[in-house]
Ligand binder design. Structure first.
Ligand code: 5HY
Length: 247
């Protein structure tokens, strides 16, 4: 039995519900999925600043989940905000949806393109491609210029814009797989895959299965070196609640 906490770092509960449904759709019967979002922070994450602010609240959810004994964690935002800090705070494995989707794509295709929301966040995916060492698999990083919250609005036309961008990635980038660049796209995977005819990888479901596998292998985050729990320290003012505690 594995208990996995899936954290949507933005504060839009309807997106958390979409993410939770996707996570549960692939979880094994022996896995319990709990999905949460912070009360505090941006309603959507569409910039470096949104990511930085959301990471603090996300880390508090990791800390809470660690205290509740979760076996593993998923950070369900495509920028993988605060991933290494989360690993410092957790005993179990912590997987970001971008790293999960990119690595899963590299196992089944030689070339994948990322299709994300706003153009300004493409550079975040570019940095992650380099950080994760999958440059030679990544054929392109595209945005359909759909705001994140438009994904929650059926009338926004978001689906068609995403599908059109996926087709351009196949035709122009030579992509033979698509990585969906937003946790809020998790409910579009099967429809897109059936329509565009190449594998479409969503990071929420990929991350859940990777966490299940790591827990099943008995692998937990290494606490030797830089991912050891942060040492106790005074944090001043409004951030005093974030001070690392003694482990
Ligand atoms: C995400 N933002 O997965 C990212 C997607 C993005 O609120 N959830 C968000 O566009 O970076």
């Amino acid at each position: 039995m594995a208990r996995i906490l899936v954290i949507n770092p933005n504060t839009t509960a309807s997106m958390t519900a979409t993410i939770a449904e996707a996570a549960r759709s692939v979880a094994s019967p022996a896995t319990e999925i709990v999905a949460r979002n912070p009360e505090d922070g941006p309603v959507s994450i569409e910039s470096h600043y949104d990511e930085a602010i959301s990471a603090a609240a996300m880390l508090q959810e990791i800390r809470r989940g660690e205290a509740e004994g979760f076996d593993g964690f998923v950070i369900a935002c495509f920028g993988d905000p605060g991933l290494l800090a989360a690993r410092e705070m957790a005993t179990g494995p912590v997987i970001g949806i971008a790293e999960a989707a990119m690595h899963a794509a590299s196992f089944i295709a030689t070339k994948f393109s990322v299709v994300t929301t706003l153009s300004r966040t493409c550079v975040i995916a570019e940095h992650l491609v380099r950080n994760y060492g999958v440059e030679h698999f990544c054929a392109g990083i595209r945005a359909c210029d759909v705001p994140v919250l438009a994904l929650e609005d059926e009338s926004s036309g978001a689906y068609q814009l995403i599908a059109d961008e996926c087709r351009r990635a196949i035709a122009e980038d030579g992509a033979n797989a698509i990585v969906l660049g937003c946790g809020g796209m998790a409910d579009l995977t099967a429809r897109l895959q059936a329509e565009i005819g190449v594998p479409v990888i969503d990071g929420v479901t990929a991350a859940v299965k990777f966490v299940e596998s790591l827990v099943g292998l008995g692998l937990r985050t290494s606490k030797h070196g830089d991912l050891a729990f942060p040492g106790p320290k005074t944090y001043s003012g409004a951030f005093s609640q974030y001070a690392p505690s003694q482990h």
